[in-house]
Design a protein around this ligand. Sequence first.
Ligand code: NAD
Length: 354
Amino acid sequence: MAIRPHFAVTPQPTRVLFGSGSLERLAVEASTLGQRALVLTTPGQHDLGRRALALLGPSGAGLHAGARIHVPQATIDEASIALAASGADLLIPVGGGSAIGLAKGLALRTGLPILAVPTTYAGSEMTPVWGVSEGGRKATGRDIRVLPRAVIYDPVLTLAVPTRVLAASGMNAMAHAAEALYATDANPVTDLLAEEAVRLLADSLPAVVDAPDAPDPRAAGLQGAWLAGTVLGQCHMGLHHKLCHVLGGGWDLPHAESHALLLPYVLAFNLPAASAAAERLGRALAVPPEEVPWSLRALHRRLDLPASLAALGLPRDGLDRAAELATTTAYPNPRAVTRAEVLALLERAWHGSD
Ligand code: NAD
């Protein structure tokens, strides 16, 4: 049995409240963190934002529904004005990673605490990782000030989220767990969490798609997303996340769908150099370790997500530049990465070939 001979563990102090109907506790949870809260969300989730604001009662300082995917710098500038006008001392993003990303951008500037209410499986609520895009590039970093102080997971809220969104963001969560398993800063606890995250997500995502009104699969997926977000918050990611950031920042490709598509290709490249990770992934997916990439490709097909980088909107002449951007700076990865190998991987994903 492979054990990790050296490791360090730094637990992260986010309070987590999980359960159907737990949004009702929003005002109570908020009162432990601040006096007046600004609710942040994406334009499409305006109604959910208004509901959160109503639940806050007198401690609600306003609603700003200006979050956008990949957190463009301009959206932080706009939200900063709304924040100053509101006088809020607490940020409450409700929605997916875009809403939470905007709150993180504001927290980075102001140091204000965040109470997050996630409605997708992206996992950002459990991490000190921020990301901001500007001029065709996405910068990311880690800062403890952006780690939400509390998270309310209410699975009921995910019933309003389209199944395709949950399927894609569930695969995004699975990518966090998969790369955490071969991270250089993984530890025995993150290994357990990551394996269980993959198991929960692999079991629940087909049911989320097949039975859109059933609450149990959505709750199981949300628990998997919590665990995956937790390991994302503690481990540095590798080639897979690098590629998705490059494609999101450079070509505005949809974040979760890019993760979902690329994961089997990257794991086919990386897992031969990460046998312990392959073993855990195989156990979670109930397949032999060498069949993990194939199994995830089959799951991706089963979820009926966009089948190629071409379908996601990447122009063919972008492949070379993407391979260059993904290999100019060093990052931890179980296998050394050359530009030619990344280009070959991207070519296959562009065509959607097996
Ligand atoms: P998202 O927030 O853009 O949401 C995806 C879709 O879900 C949107 O169309 C949104 O309108 C819809 N949606 C969300 N809540 C809904 C609700 N309650 N009802 C109906 N529809 C709803 O995307 P995402 O996949 O959740 O997150 C992606 C973003 O998060 C990217 O910018 C990514 O970089 C970031 N992210 C960051 C981290 C981190 O640790 N910093 C981790 C994961 C993702």
